[in-house]
Write a protein that binds this ligand. Structure first.
Ligand code: AMP
Ligand code: GLY
Length: 425
């Protein structure tokens, strides 16, 4: 099969690595890709939102299969456009991607179908939101811009003053653009967060192994929120009992709810879950592999990813046996100093060669490119994801931190406690 993968981050590098492992992959293209993906695929300079050029390229090259797992193009109708052009594509149609693209849609869906989540109210008028916060809210309270905001549209506000300024920021100043046309005001939940990703074919759901992300920039969960500074899989906090409760109350119910709404969900559904005192609740849905979750989940997947994606498209996921290695993986993100704020780009990355032929060790590129001399340089806030597997999480963590030392670039920054919570158990 000739495959075209759309995107160019760490998640796409992990997906590309899983795709080229398949004996069915004859040739992989990636648009636009990055310097790491270029080692295993042919990168073509086509943007993720440029559907027309992607389609023209796919037709020209005789692509059998297009794959996309990024929120903005999916919500903007990438799958719809490619399907209309007669291509076979793995990803979620816009009608169903709204489960991530609109938080108010997701909250209303959960309320209508009795899926556990934080209590909430939705506002399109900032005055009404402020009135509600003054008269009825308890603190801390969570404010969420309705639309896509690069994972940054969530504010946790400790008191009324902070919340009122949050309403101004989101709804009036439009810090997250049109994503702030509507506002979700949500009850603050406490508990441990676990991500569970699943393949869904419209009707059937197959769960992947659990993972846990570290979203804050600094050690000990301090500092600002980021796209994710590291992950581990499986999560020891995702116990069999919690799995049972989620299967009963959340997973299939969500798939059935989307089908009942006339928006059958096909693709990868990401459940962001919080283990509260009252049991697991949904924090958010995403319509894609998480990043960096994909960087620990996919290296552990035994089943051929192309077989699974085929089954999703054909609606026969029930016939697939989705298997994972009985091991663990830890991913440490190497970021540019300053991220998630301002940072420099174009710094040379040294030591990448040390990863070649290292069994169980992966250096996924998130923000890299080639400079004019052909050297690999930094090109983003999150630069690399260093993933290592091990028999246990502790072993995987040691392997990952050892590997992380092999790479260097000016301003290299990482957290030192990815997976540290494991010491509690
Ligand atoms: P989201 O973009 O929806 O994933 O939210 C970003 C992060 O904000 C989540 O991963 C949680 O850590 C936190 N968060 C979101 N909603 C809530 C909530 N209702 N209670 C507590 N924390 C939340
Ligand atoms: N790591 C969180 C996400 O991909 O949304």
């Amino acid at each position: 099969m000739k495959i075209l993968l759309i995107g160019g981050g760490g998640r796409e590098h992990a997906m590309a690595a899983a795709i080229v492992r398949s004996p069915r992959c004859e040739k992989l293209y990636c648009a636009p890709g990055n310097a790491g993906i270029a080692e295993i695929a042919e990168c073509v300079p086509i943007g993720v939102m440029d559907f027309d050029t992607q389609i023209a390229f796919a037709k020209e090259q005789g692509i059998d299969f297009v794959v996309c797992s990024q929120d903005d193009p999916l919500c903007a109708g990438l799958v719809n456009a490619h399907e209309a052009a007669g291509l076979r594509v793995f990803g979620t149609q816009a009608e169903a991607a709204v489960i991530e693209g609109s938080k108010s849609f997701a909250k209303n869906l959960m309320k209508k179908y009795g899926i556990p989540t934080a209590a909430y109210e939705i506002f399109s008028d900032p005055g009404k939101a402020a009135e509600y916060l003054r008269e009825r809210a308890s603190f801390p309270v969570v404010l969420k811009a309705d639309g896509l905001a690069l994972g940054k549209g969530v504010l946790i506000c400790g008191d009324l003053e902070e919340a009122l300024s949050g309403v101004r920021e989101i709804m009036e100043d439009r810090r997250f653009g049109d994503a702030g046309r509507e506002l979700v005001v949500e009850e603050f939940m406490t508990g441990r967060e676990v991500s569970v990703l699943a393949f869904v074919d419209g009707r059937n759901i197959k769960l992947m192994s659990s993972a846990q992300d570290h979203k804050r920039a600094g050690d000990g969960d301090t500092g600002p929120n980021t796209g994710g500074m590291g992950t581990f899989s499986p999560s020891p906090f995702y116990t069999e009992e919690i799995d049972r409760q989620c299967r009963e109350r959340i997973y299939q119910k969500t798939v059935d709810a989307m089908a009942a709404e006339g928006r059958p969900f096909r693709g990868v559904l990401y459940f962001g879950l919080m283990m509260t005192q009252d049991g697991p609740k949904v924090v958010e849905y995403n319509t894609r592999f998480g990043d960096p979750e994909a960087q620990v989940v996919l290296p552990r997947m035994k089943t051929d990813i192309l077989d699974v994606m085929d089954a999703v498209i054909d609606g026969r996921l029930d016939s697939v046996d989705l298997e994972f290695e009985d091991n663990a993986a830890v991913c440490v993100v190497l970021a540019s100093g300053g991220y998630p704020g301002a940072y420099e780009k174009g710094r040379e990355i040294r030591g990448l060669g040390s990863f070649r032929n290292q069994e169980g060790c992966f250096c996924f590129h998130a923000g890299t490119c080639f400079d004019k001399d052909g050297r690999v340089v930094t090109d983003g806030g999150r630069v690399l994801g260093i993933t290592a597997t091990g028999r246990t999480l502790r072993e995987a963590r040691e392997n990952s931190y050892r590997a992380a030392e092999q790479v260097s670039f000016d301003g290299k920054y990482m957290r030192h406690d990815i997976g540290r919570a494991l010491d509690e158990i």
